[in-house]
Design a binder for this molecule. Structure first.
Ligand code: GTP
Ligand code: MG
Length: 288
């Protein structure tokens, strides 16, 4: 039902009939019912649902596929023999997986694109080409659909909205290869850098590493998410500056569940105990 019709306007004939001498109150206040647009937009958005596309990028073996499993708590990229404890297989080609998540009537079509790790060749020149090429191709595809005279009512959106970039936990600073890659990537897409396999660093090492990476990003003019253009008002600025302080987020991934104090938790079992990936005390970037 059209919400413009549904929400009774003070101007409608169902309300008190205006006297010929006094103008109706709504006209006096210039009311035209614009507030109902909110309802209309909401209803339309709920019908269409939302699309969000994430891509994980980084050197080989940093835990990209494992992190995808951690985030969605499922084996998206399965190892061939999970029951025998064989680790997640190396990703050899770009692969996308779509999940439709529904919460309180809001539908989100979430696509995660896992990419093969780079940086393990003798010559890593242009190792970014396949990834940047894929991102560009999705923009092209969308644009081609958009400029058609008879456009589809809903254009499938395969553009990458967010790219999670895995920084190796060297504890030093960004490597030249990461700088080169990030400089190219951040011109094309929103980049969220994360410190991979953060369990290999102590708390002090992690903080010092984070600060060094932040400095490197500034020095090399690498603008990661949230960029300055998102600071539209004071509230945005406050929120974004809090996020900027925490970037790059430190992450720990695991795709196995363990029993800890009677609870089933996602974690990495070590000789000394289980690192719970959803416990803020163990992993600073938990799912919640
Ligand atoms: N210590 C530690 N190991 C991790 C973490 N995340 C993943 N691993 C392990 O690292 C290994 C490689 O993980 P993958 O998820 O396959 O890494 P990847 O980045 O997808 O690797 P490629 O597909 O080769 O690019 C596996 O043995 C994982 O169990 C982590 O946060 N900490
Ligand atoms: Mg992988």
């Amino acid at each position: 039902m059209d919400p413009l019709r549904r929400s009774p306007s003070p101007c409608s004939s169902s309300s008190r009939p205006p006297s010929p001498r006094t103008p109706p109150p709504c006209e006096a206040q210039g009311y035209v019912g614009i507030e109902a647009v909110l309802d209309q937009v909401k209803i339309k958005a709920m019908k269409m649902g939302f699309e969000f596309n994430i891509m994980v990028v980084g050197q080989s073996g940093l835990g990209k596929s494992t992190m995808v499993n951690t985030l969605f708590r499922s084996k998206m990229w399965r190892s061939s023999l999970p029951s025998l404890g064989v680790p997640t297989l190396q990703t050899l080609q770009l692969q996308s997986m779509t999940h439709v998540i529904e919460e309180k009537g809001v539908r989100l079509k979430l696509t995660v694109t896992d990419t093969p790790g780079f940086g393990d060749q003798i010559n890593n020149d242009k190792c970014w080409d396949p990834i940047l090429g894929y991102i560009k191709e999705q923009y092209e595809r969308y644009l081609q659909e958009e400029i058609l005279i008879t456009r589809q009512r809903h254009i499938p959106d395969t553009r990458v909205h967010c790219c999670i970039y895995f920084v190796p936990p060297t504890g030093h600073c960004l490597r030249p290869l990461d700088i080169e890659f990030l400089q190219r990537l951040c011109r094309m897409v929103n980049v969220v850098p994360v410190i991979a396999r953060a369990d290999s660093l102590t708390i002090e090492e992690r903080e010092a590493f984070r600060l060094r990476i932040q400095k490197d990003l500034r020095t090399h003019c690498i603008e990661v998410y949230p960029q300055k253009c998102f600071d539209e008002d004071i509230n945005d600025r406050l929120l974004n500056s809090k996020i900027r302080e925490r970037i790059p987020f430190a992450v720990v991934g695991a795709d196995r569940e363990h029993l800890v104090n009677g609870r089933c938790v996602l974690g990495r079992k070590t000789k000394w105990g289980v690192i719970e990936v959803e416990n803020m005390a163990h992993s600073p970037t938990s799912r919640t």
